[in-house]
Structures are given as structure tokens and as C-alpha cells.
Design a protein around this ligand. Structure first.
Ligand code: G6P
Length: 368
């Protein structure tokens, strides 16, 4: 009924709007006095210093969090981090041994492939740290360490607040490890902690502009093919933006690393093709802009996502621009995902789709 949706038309919209609160819940106790405090982590500093390989395993949107995590953890820890689909990991005779850390990410804590991958890694001696939303779930119970996301129950099949809180937890974990390993400078550490605390209020600002995203959705909802493009963190974000859209609107949508465009996808860009260009990541903004120019030259209709700093310049090239506040580079996907969730939601709404229960999809996939 309407009451359980808190006055929102769908659980998905309610959960999108719950994100500031959910992220506060996930971070408040863990960010204190300008530091990351992970009281729920049982790993000792020595164990953290002795970690071998770091491998993230997950499915669906949780895997996309892992993609963001790979960029951020590698940058913070200056070591390689792998992110592997759980369904691939379990059948790959994975190279993991004692001392390696496997990070399992799962909203439900019940995804069969993630569970099987976890068991495979555990059998080979890896330490398992899981980032889970559902308290007491199977994955949580079988892990050596659990960092709960505290997002509260998520009802809509398409994940929103779970994705956001998983990302927040992974970022905090990265900072915590980096501090112990001595791989992050004071300034970056402090800025990250400060900006992480700003994420909820910045998301509130983005949510205030929901109606303008609805307007954009009305303009593009008839598209049948969409290409999301981006580099680095914008690439990781594009994977989630594209999945969100296809899950609930049934529009054919693909995410491409911008640099790969010319290796194939550009042949699909014709007059009127919708391209959603993610250009939030400041260090590569010029590259994002030149890709926009490139696809427009082939007739693409471009919707861009960028930060306040670059909005004006982007606006000189692109007719439709969505803007997010400026924040530490590594936190841009925390903000960038919100307009993409709203966009997917409003497009699905305009198309009359069953938003909370999309066809053929389940909230938790407990079969192979
Ligand atoms: C299903 C859901 C997705 C989710 C994925 C992984 O496909 O529809 O939203 O990302 O499972 O689920 P998990 O609970 O492991 O995060």
C-alpha cells in the first residue's frame, strides 16, 4: 500500500530518497574525530599489513561497487586489487591462498554465486571479509569479518541505497587499510573523511533537483538504445547507470569505457542515438569532452553528467546536462549514481513499467 511506501509512488523512489539517511547510518559511527574507526573489524594491524592479494567478489550492482572499489583501493593502497564476478570466480580454479583477503559484497547476503565463491576462497585459505546489508544472512555468517551497510530493508528489486552504502563502506575500508599501510598522505586522508561526511547533504541537494531529471527523462524516454560512456571512475559508474536503466525500463543499454568506443561501438552511433556521457571525474574531463564531440559528430544525442566546476563548459557542447556538487574525486560515484538512479526511475515511469518488480528479475538470486 501507499503507507508502507511512505507516500512515494514506488519503493524504488522511496529508497532513492532514503540514501542520505542510509549513508549517515553506515558512516556516522565509523567516521569520528576526523578518522575512520572500524570497531566491527576483527583484523589486527599486523594481519592487515600481511594481507597478500586482495580480491573482490560479487554479482550485479554489488559487482559494480567492486569496480568503483578497484579504482579507489588501488589508488589508496598502491597495490593491485582484483574484482571478479562471483559466477566466474567459483569456476576459475581461483588463485587464492592463506593470507589473501577476499571481500564479498552482497546486499541480501544470500546470492548463491557469491556464497559459492566465498566458500571456494575460504577452502583455499583466504580470509573473508563481507560487506552485507541483511543482518545475520548466510554470507555474513560464513565470513571472518562482516561490515554491515545498515541501509535498512531494501524492497525494490533494483538496488539503490544498498549500492550507495556498500560504496561508502568500501571507501572507509580502503582508507582504514591505507592508513595502517602508510600508503595515503595525511591531506588526502583528512579530505576524504571530511568529504565522506558531506555525501548525505550533497545527495539531499541532488534530490531537490529530481523534477529537472524527470523533465530530461520525458525527453529521452522513447529511446530504444542507449550507450553510457565514461573513463576511470566514470566507467565504473556507467556500468551501474546502464544496468539500472535496463533493469527497470527494458531499454537496450550498454556501458562502454570511452576509450573503447573507436574499437567497435562507434559504428552503432548514428543520427539520434542516445549517448549518456559521464564526465564527473575531473582529471579526465578533457577526454570526456572530446568523446562527447566525437559522438556528436556522428549524430548522437548527448545527455551529460558532470560536476558544478565543469557544468558550464559541458553545457557549451551538450544540450542536456545533469550536475552534481564537487567533492573529492574518489567520492564522485557516490554522488553521480543518484541522478542516474532518478533518470532510470523516471524513464521507467514514463514507459509505464512495473518499477518495483521488473519482469524476470528477483531481489535475491538464490539459484544458479
Ligand atoms: C539481483 C538483484 C540486484 C543485485 C544482485 C546481487 O540480481 O536484482 O539488484 O545487485 O542480485 O545481489 P546481492 O544481494 O548479492 O547484492
Amino acid at each position: 500500500g501507499a503507507a508502507e511506501k511512505g507516500g512515494y509512488a514506488h519503493f524504488m523512489l522511496k529508497e532513492i530518497f532514503e540514501q542520505p539517511r542510509a549513508i549517515r547510518e553506515a558512516t556516522a559511527a565509523r567516521l569520528q574525530g576526523g578518522r575512520v574507526i572500524l570497531q566491527d573489524l576483527t583484523m589486527t594491524e599486523e594481519e592487515i599489513r600481511n594481507i597478500g592479494r586482495i580480491i573482490i567478489i560479487a554479482c550485479g550492482s554489488s559487482y559494480h561497487v567492486g569496480m568503483v572499489g578497484k579504482y579507489n583501493l588501488e589508488r589508496m593502497l598502491r597495490r593491485s586489487v582484483e574484482v571478479v564476478l562471483a559466477s566466474e570466480f567459483r569456476y576459475s580454479d581461483p588463485i587464492v591462498k592463506r593470507g589473501d583477503l577476499v571481500i564479498a559484497i552482497s546486499q541480501s547476503g544470500e546470492t548463491l554465486d557469491t556464497m559459492a565463491a566465498l566458500r571456494e576462497a575460504k577452502k583455499r585459505g583466504a580470509r573473508i571479509l563481507s560487506i552485507v546489508n541483511v543482518v545475520g544472512s548466510s554470507i555474513a555468517r560464513e565470513s571472518d569479518d562482516v561490515l554491515y551497510t545498515w541501509a535498512g530493508p531494501e524492497i525494490a528489486v533494483a538496488t539503490t541505497k544498498a549500492y550507495s552504502t556498500q560504496m561508502a563502506v568500501l571507501n572507509m575500508l580502503g582508507l582504514y587499510f591505507a592508513d595502517i599501510l602508510g600508503t595515503i598522505d595525511r591531506q588526502t586522508y583528512s579530505e576524504m573523511v571530511r568529504d565522506m561526511q558531506r555525501v548525505p547533504e550533497y545527495i539531499e541537494k541532488i534530490l531537490e533537483s529530481a523534477e529537472s531529471i524527470h523533465d530530461i527523462a520525458r525527453e529521452i524516454c522513447k529511446s530504444e538504445d542507449v550507450f553510457f560512456i565514461g573513463r576511470n571512475l566514470d566507467y565504473a559508474l556507467s556500468l551501474e547507470g546502464s544496468l539500472k536503466l535496463k533493469e527497470i525500463s527494458y531499454i537496450h543499454s550498454e556501458a562502454y569505457a570511452s576509450g573503447e568506443l573507436k574499437h567497435g561501438t562507434i559504428s552503432l552511433i548514428v543520427d539520434g542515438t542516445l549517448v549518456i556521457a559521464l564526465g564527473t571525474y575531473g582529471p579526465l574531463f578533457d577526454k570526456a569532452l572530446s568523446n562527447v564531440v566525437e559522438v556528436q559528430a556522428r549524430g548522437a544525442k548527448v545527455l551529460a553528467l558532470t560536476t558544478q566546476t565543469h557544468a558550464e563548459e559541458m553545457g557549451r557542447h551538450v544540450p542536456m546536462v545533469m550536475t552534481i556538487p564537487d567533492i573529492h574525486e574518489m567520492l564522485l560515484p557516490q554522488l553521480g549514481v543518484v541522478p542516474l538512479q532518478l533518470l532510470a526511475y523516471y524513464i521507467a515511469l514514463e514507459r509505464g513499467c512495473d518499477i518495483d518488480k521488473p519482469r524476470n528479475l528477483a531481489k535475491s538470486v538464490t539459484v544458479e
